[in-house]
Design a protein. Structure first.
Length: 112
């Protein structure tokens, strides 16, 4: 009999927590699930709001700096990245960053 040990990093646990919260929001009914927004508080006091389009995860709706954007999911080496080529929303675990024109405008915004 062999024992297997699975090692999970803190980052993977955080990502799993956000994924679980997103999945639980899908368990809500109809309109309520569609309206689930996640709030991320940035060190400079700004807030980034995100609404994930589950279960397909093809888009994220983002509210930031007085704008609302719908960003398509793009390939990422780590985390979940959404970008229209100009604005990027990058979610890693319970943290996000926003990038505009290849310049990071906020980072280390933590899930509330």
């Amino acid at each position: 009999m062999h024992a297997f040990r699975i090692v999970v990093t803190a980052s993977e646990r955080s990502l799993a927590a956000v994924a679980l919260a997103a999945m639980l929001s899908c368990a809500q009914t109809g309109k309520e699930a569609e309206q689930k927004w996640f709030s991320f508080r940035c060190p400079d006091g700004q807030t980034v709001m995100a609404q994930f389009q589950l279960p397909e995860d093809k888009f994220v709706n983002v509210r930031f700096a007085g704008r609302e954007l719908r960003l398509p999911h793009v390939i990422s080496g780590s985390g979940a990245r959404y970008s229209d080529g100009k604005t990027t929303f990058w979610n890693r675990g319970e943290s996000v960053l926003m990038q505009i024109d290849d310049k990071i405008v906020v980072q280390d915004c933590m899930l509330q």
